[in-house]
Write a protein that binds this ligand. Structure first.
Ligand code: NAP
Length: 306
């Protein structure tokens, strides 16, 4: 039994973490640390520091606040001897995630940088199907309405909030898991609203080590039907992961779908890591986002208002 505390009780904690914890007998939710929100029948603290100072009997924390505060919270929890699960993205910078991985290793604690989309139903079978195919081209379309999915989340437009890369990094977490070769950025354009620090749209052109082109189109202003699709053209036909990876199509035929088990999968994996005192920290998706910010052209576009 892992005694765990949720830190940052907001949208994703309520939508996904609480139900996943409630359904998993390996965990007991013993505390919530959140400045403004609390849960009936669970000990509440206004901050992680207050929780740790109180000496509560917890084994692990699950950090669900925005990435800008991830490092400080994770550093503090590891220093107090707690295992740490990080929401995506694992940090605001690559260097701070590296520092956390070293800290966890030195302390013999588990650090898990989660990528929930990798646990979508179609992702593992897609990876297996692609293993023996010759890949010709990859196209990612990740287009959603920020006003629907992130209402009032001002942090998304601040440094570290990533803008359209907040959802876009989910697509990158899938392609870095299913494609057999490393790939890297050749060109990117980032559209940044005049009153924001992060992009509202982005077009990315990558190439893999065998020269295969990988194009990504991210948009945060898509109204109507929402699009979270990845198309992979191969010598054996087209593979499509749709609806964020939850549906897999081979040449237009649906072959895999099922109930949403992404966060159930994450908590099962974290329990495994804690039991074995191991960490799982893959920064590949965050590195691609960092490259886009490093190498992309910026265009200033119309201001964004809720
Ligand atoms: P959110 O609801 O805006 O934030 C979560 C909670 O974090 C807030 O309710 C707030 O609780 C706390 N928080 C916010 N800013 C803080 C700060 N500066 N210092 C300390 N605590 C702070 O955001 P969210 O949608 O849950 O997203 C949180 C993380 O989960 C992000 O990294 C996001 O990328 C990831 N994620 C989100 C989704 C989604 O669909 N929303 C899906 C997957 C992953 P208090 O005010 O009570 O402290």
């Amino acid at each position: 039994m892992i005694r765990i505390a949720i830190v940052g009780l907001g949208k994703i904690a309520r939508d996904q973490h609480l139900p996943a914890l409630a359904a998993n007998p390996d965990y007991e939710l013993v505390a919530v640390a959140s400045r403004n929100a609390q849960l009936d029948d669970v000990a509440h603290y206004p901050s992680l520091s207050a929780l740790l100072e109180d000496g509560s009997a917890i084994d692990a924390v699950s950090l669900c606040a925005p990435a800008a505060v991830r490092y400080e919270q994770a550093r503090e929890a590891l220093a107090a001897g707690k295992h740490v699960m990080l929401e995506k993205p694992p940090g605001a910078t690559l260097s701070e995630v590296d520092a956390l991985a070293r800290q966890a290793e030195a302390a013999g604690l588990s650090l898990f940088a989660t990528w929930h989309s990798r646990y979508a139903q179609g992702v593992q079978p897609a990876r297996e199907w692609l293993e023996a195919k010759r890949i010709q081209a990859v196209r990612i379309e990740w287009k959603e309405d920020v006003r629907v999915w992130h209402p009032g989340q001002a942090w998304i437009w601040e440094p570290g909030g990533m803008g359209v890369f907040d959802p876009g990094i989910n697509a990158l977490s899938i392609v870095t898991a299913i494609l057999p070769r490393p790939f890297f950025l050749k060109e990117a354009t980032l559209q940044v609203p005049g009153n924001c620090q992060t992009p509202v749209a982005a077009q990315l052109a990558f190439v893999d080590s065998a020269g295969v082109p990988i194009a990504a189109d991210f948009d945060f202003l898509q109204t109507g039907p929402q699009t979270w699709d990845i198309h992979v053209d191969t010598d054996a036909g087209r593979l499509t992961l749709s609806k964020g990876g939850s549906e897999l199509y081979l040449d237009g035929q649906l072959t895999h779908q099922g109930p949403d088990r992404e966060y159930a999968g994450l908590y099962a994996r974290f329990a495994e890591l804690v039991a074995q005192n191991r960490s799982d920290v893959d920064v590949a998706p965050l590195r691609h986002v960092a490259d886009a910010f490093l190498y992309g052209r910026r265009e200033t576009v119309a201001e964004f208002h809720e």
